[in-house]
Each structure stands twice: as structure tokens, then as C-alpha cells.
Design a protein. Structure first.
Length: 208
């Protein structure tokens, strides 16, 4: 059975809620096309649909338009600076998860054991609580020295990840990832990445 066939089968059986973390920013056109009839079917059945995308979907018109359509149809959509992995959960009983979060094309695994599914639901709820309503990203404001995106880049960089991996996790280009890093260094007065991490730690920014 193909991945799409599996998603369609489980979606047909869904009766109460469907939840998804959708990393990577811009979603492939074929994935958006396949998702629309399924999401419409779920919403017409009064299933609660909740999705979290990366903030970076704002840079991709088709994905932004899809998120807007989903919101208008009654789905709940939020965005976050970064997402840990791609996962779809149905009725708190089944979950489809990537085999390798860093290489989503390697395939997926359909889980139905209560323990793993509960763990993935807990992860989803944590991300959902911290995410922003679609179209209303949290402003930087006077009490926030860094934006959500800057905080995400900083945390990933200090974690030792390369520009390429950071870009993939945020759903942006490598060029954008490097630009954000350069802007962070200017903002915090750092001359190197090592110094940037040290300054961020001193200011307590790594806990944001």
C-alpha cells in the first residue's frame, strides 16, 4: 500500500479528530492536491482538524493559500518556527510518522500501539500550545529580544547543526538561514558563532 493510500484509508475511518505536524515550509503541490478532498471530507463529517505548519510557509503562496482555505473551512491552523518531525494522528489511536525526521523521503511508519501514539500526541499538544495562530505570528515586542525564527536558528546553531540542516528544519533556504545568523551576530554584537552562543547564554536567550 502506498503512503497516500494508507492516509486515505485511515482518514476514511476517522470520526473525531485529525492532527498533523507539517514541517518543511512549502508543501509539495501533489501533497496539497491530495490533502484537499481528505480535509474537506473530515470537516464535513465534523471531525476536528488541527494542523501546525512552519512559519516559513508565508514564503510559499500555494501552501499559504491552502492553510487559509483550511482555516475558512473550519480547520484550526497554527505555525511554529520549527517542527520536530512530520506526523499525522487520527482519533488518538493511529499515527503516521516519518522513519527519519531528517530524511522524510525514506518512508513512514503507521503506529497503532497506545504507548507510541500517546507519546506523539503529547508532542503534538506541546507544539500546538507554543505555536501561533495562522497569520498572527507573535510580535517581537519590547519584552522579546529575538523573534521566534531568530530564537529557533540560535538554538539549532548552538546545538551544533549545520546551516543546511538548520535550513531544512525551518523550511527555508540555506541562504536565508545564513542571513538570519548574520543578523543575529550583528544584533548581539558577536564576531563569531562561538561568541554568539556565549552572548546568547549570558543574556538567557537560549531558553526562549
Amino acid at each position: 500500500m502506498t503512503i497516500q493510500a494508507c492516509i486515505e484509508k485511515v482518514s476514511q475511518e476517522c470520526r473525531e479528530e485529525a492532527e498533523a505536524l507539517l514541517p518543511g515550509g512549502a508543501q509539495p503541490a501533489d501533497r496539497l492536491h491530495a490533502a484537499r478532498p481528505l480535509d474537506r471530507m473530515l470537516l464535513e463529517r465534523s471531525v476536528r482538524v488541527r494542523c501546525v505548519y512552519a512559519h516559513s510557509i508565508r514564503n510559499d503562496r500555494p501552501t499559504t493559500e491552502y492553510a487559509q482555505w483550511l482555516s475558512e473551512q473550519g480547520g484550526q491552523v497554527r505555525t511554529a518556527p520549527q517542527l520536530p518531525l512530520r506526523v499525522v494522528i487520527w482519533d488518538r489511536s493511529k499515527a503516521l510518522v516519518s522513519l527519519d525526521p531528517d530524511q522524510p523521503d525514506r518512508g513512514v511508519l503507521l503506529l497503532s500501539s497506545p504507548g507510541p501514539v500517546a507519546a506523539l500526541r503529547a508532542l503534538f499538544e506541546q507544539v500546538w500550545r507554543q505555536a501561533s495562530q495562522f497569520g498572527q505570528e507573535r510580535p517581537q515586542g519590547r519584552t522579546r529580544e529575538l523573534s521566534d525564527e531568530e530564537s529557533a536558528v540560535l538554538g539549532l546553531m548552538v546545538g551544533g547543526l549545520t546551516d543546511e540542516v538548520i535550513a531544512r528544519k525551518l523550511g527555508v533556504s540555506v541562504r536565508t538561514s545564513r542571513r538570519i545568523t548574520a543578523e543575529l551576530m550583528t544584533k548581539l554584537g558577536a564576531r563569531s558563532r562561538f561568541q554568539l552562543g556565549a552572548v546568547a547564554a549570558q543574556r538567557g536567550l537560549l531558553t526562549v
